[in-house]
Structure formats: structure tokens, C-alpha cells
Design a protein around this ligand. Structure first.
Ligand code: ADP
Ligand code: MG
Length: 321
């Protein structure tokens, strides 16, 4: 879908396994849109584990065998992912590919055998990710290991989109990469962007919205991809790397607001996996980042720095953490 008038273009497409929408406002918006689309397609071709021959696919297939030479982008995202693994004491782990494959949340209706989870978990060790910056190669030490960038790839893409927007003549833009919203500048009318935060249990409702400019607003929730098991437990797509099962941290939605897209994405996934107790310490390590959490009782919690730009929908209350 393309809607183009004067110097504005709105467009929607499917890439990176999700729906992506663009609103680009200003001089040469069509040209900027084309650059953004080709950037996203190019990144997907390198980073998707589902595309045969992508750099990640080649690394995964060479696991236990040999190092693979990769592009600057792939090397960068893997280096940052490893850094987040350290910062989160293992909660953020891109080597969970074997575990996500075992659960196959999208297609399964039943939980895997314990032995299968254990086998998958034994391979999910970030220390086996060997990065050689001199020759820009990546090696997974053990055969069968698998990189999954699902928790960070769209955040990286968001940063790269912002770079394009900064280099362009565009004054104002909003890009929604399947729940990772990037807002650039202010709205064309000069006001701040309003980004809604979805109610985790009611599809067409918001719990609130934030008013921001030049920010990445990234949400991890348990409501996009899940199934309910025989005992009625919701099994979603964010894994606890210790148990090898969907996390049960008490949080059902985590939104991180940041000037850094890759950090916002990795932090949202990590805080979701770790729970509310770890949120403030982690967020404090990233100046320019704030969080809005929803717990399993639908309680809303926000970090101090965002309280003035966060607006609740009527009838709800908020706890400041
Ligand atoms: P989404 O991309 O669906 O908006 P997230 O950014 O939270 O949500 O990413 C979830 C995806 O990240 C999962 O589908 C899986 O591919 C991967 N993943 C799951 N658990 C973890 C984890 N603990 N650390 C890193 N990546 C994870
Ligand atoms: Mg994420």
C-alpha cells in the first residue's frame, strides 16, 4: 500500500517475519522510503535464520566445523548481542535457537519432552560464540548450535533506519517494525509523537501512550506468539535460558523507550525474561532508556524518567519504580 501526496509517503509491507509500516514526511520522502526498504531487505537477507544461504544460516550450518566470514553488520550485531548476554548475566541469549526450535511456539500445541529441552539447552551457551574481529569471522564451537536474532534484529534495523533518516532531508518520520516503533523528529504539525502501548489482554485497547521524539519504543509481550498448554498455561516465545521454557517472570508486557534501538530491543526481551526486580538496575546502565512494565495482575509500573511523558488511559493507576 502506498499513499503519496506532496512530500509525504505512507507504506506498508511484510519483511523480517512481520508487518512493517512507514510514514515519511518531508522533502524526497519517496526516495528515502526506497532506501529504507532496501536497507531492511538487505539486513533480512543477512540476518534471518530462516533464509537458506543468509550469513546466520551459514554460521549455524557450519557449527562445530569451521568459522564463517561475515559482513560488518552481522559481526556488529553478534558482538552487541554477546555484550547483552554478559550484562544480563545470561538472560539475553541469542544461542537459544535450539530451544526456540524445540518449542516451535508458532506451530506447536503441546510442550516438548523434558529430554528434548535439556538437549537443546545444552547447546545454548553464548561462550561458544567465537568472534574474530581481525578477520571478521564467526564460529560456533559445537555442532547443532543455532543463532536466533529474533530478540534483537529489529532493534538493530531500527538504528540503521534512523541513520538513513538523519542523512536525508526528512524532518519527520515514523516506522513500525512489527511492534518496534521508531519515531524521528516531531510530527509534521510540530507536536510530539504519541506511541500507544497495547493492553496485553485486550487486542484493540491501549493501557496508555507516551509522547516522544527521536526515540525507539520497543515492546516484548506474551500475547503475539503463544499457545495455551493442556494445563491452561500460556506458553509464549520469550525463553528463560535457565529452564529452557517460556519465562514465567510475572511480567506480561515490557516496553523500553530509548534513543538506541538495539538496546531497547535487547533490554525489552531481557527484562521480560528476568522480571521486574532486575529492571531498574538494568535500565540505569543505559542513560536515555526508560521502561513501562505490565505485570500478570495487569499492574502498570514505569521508571522515573518516563513518568511525565507517559499518559494512562482512564481508570488505571501507575506505580513508579
Ligand atoms: P518480538 O521480536 O516478537 O517483538 P522480542 O524482541 O522479545 O519480541 O523477541 C522474541 C524473540 O527473541 C523470540 O521469538 C526468540 O526468537 C528470541 N528469544 C526468545 N527468548 C530469548 C532470550 N531469552 N534472549 C534472546 N532472545 C530470545
Ligand atoms: Mg527484543
Amino acid at each position: 500500500m502506498v499513499l503519496s501526496k506532496n512530500d509525504a509517503v505512507e507504506y506498508c509491507c511484510f519483511a523480517m517475519n512481520t508487518e512493517i509500516t512507514f510514514g515519511i514526511y518531508g522533502d524526497k520522502s519517496g526516495k528515502t522510503l526506497k532506501s529504507l526498504i532496501s536497507l531492511i531487505n538487505g539486513l533480512e537477507e543477512k540476518l534471518s535464520r530462516f533464509i537458506t544461504g543468509s550469513e546466520i544460516d551459514r554460521i549455524n550450518k557450519a557449527s562445530g566445523k569451521f568459522p564463517v566470514k561475515v559482513s560488518r553488520e552481522t559481526f556488529e550485531i553478534l558482538s552487541v548481542s554477546r555484550k547483552f548476554n554478559k550484562i544480563t548475566h545470561g538472560s539475553f541469549n541469542i544461542l537459544l535457537g535450539t530451544v526456540t526450535d524445540t518449542w516451535d511456539i508458532k506451530n506447536s500445541r503441546d510442550i516438548p519432552e523434558e529430554s528434548e529441552i535439556e538437549r537443546a539447552l545444552n547447546l545454548a551457551c553464548c561462550d561458544d560464540l567465537v568472534l574474530n574481529p581481525v578477520v571478521q569471522t564467526v564460529w560456533l564451537r559445537k555442532e547443532g548450535q543455532s543463532i536466533d536474532l529474533g530478540g534483537i534484529g529489529k532493534g538493530y534495523a531500527g538504528d540503521r533506519c534512523m541513520e538513513i533518516l538523519k542523512r536525508s532531508k526528512i524532518k519527520s518520520a515514523v516506522i513500525n517494525l512489527g511492534g518496534n516503533v521508531c519515531v524521528y523528529g516531531r510530527k509534521p504539525d510540530g507536536s510530539l509523537w504519541r506511541v500507544g502501548i497495547r493492553h496485553p489482554r485486550h487486542e484493540n485497547e491501549l493501557i496508555g501512550f507516551i509522547e516522544v521524539m527521536d526515540r525507539h519504543v520497543v515492546t516484548s509481550g506474551d500475547y503475539e506468539r503463544y499457545f495455551d498448554d493442556r494445563d491452561g498455561i500460556r506458553r509464549h516465545h520469550i525463553m528463560n535460558p535457565i529452564t529452557g521454557c517460556p519465562s514465567e517472570s510475572g511480567l506480561i508486557s515490557v516496553t523500553v523507550i530509548s534513543d538506541n534501538g538495539i538496546a531497547a530491543d535487547a533490554l525489552a526481551t531481557s527484562i521480560f525474561a528476568m522480571g521486574m526486580g532486575k529492571c531498574t538496575d538494568l535500565i540505569a546502565r543505559f542513560p536515555g532508556s526508560e521502561a513501562v512494565l505490565v505485570d500478570e495482575n495487569l499492574g502498570i509500573h514505569v521508571t522515573k524518567g518516563i513518568k511525565d511523558s507517559f499518559n494512562l488511559i482512564d481508570g488505571k493507576s501507575v506505580n513508579i519504580i
